[in-house]
Design a protein around this ligand. Sequence first.
Ligand SMILES: [Zn+2]
Ligand SMILES: [Zn+2]
Length: 108
Amino acid sequence: MGYRCPLCKGLFNSFHSLKIHIIKSHAHKVCQLCGKETKNLTMHYRMMAKNDFLHLIVSCIVTECTYIDDGEIRRLVINLVKVILDENIPLDIISKKANQTENIKALD
Ligand SMILES: [Zn+2]
Ligand SMILES: [Zn+2]
């Protein structure tokens, strides 16, 4: 059982090692999901989580959803994210949405 990094699709055997990986390897000044420049990526993921599914997922990994006060909801969200990132689930589910957005933009 492994988890896939939503940013580079690398495979990790625990949720914790995925968290360490994202914090260490994806610590750029520019968000790899939306291209926005930010001084605090963790805060950025959290702010954007309300509007964007992928930011929500990454924010859940790096913060373990500690900003959700309700412990039960926090566990539910983390479990959901773990299911989505399961190695057996094709990440295309997520990338397809991104492609569709690009197509819509191209039509404009
Ligand atoms: Zn990665
Ligand atoms: Zn972003």
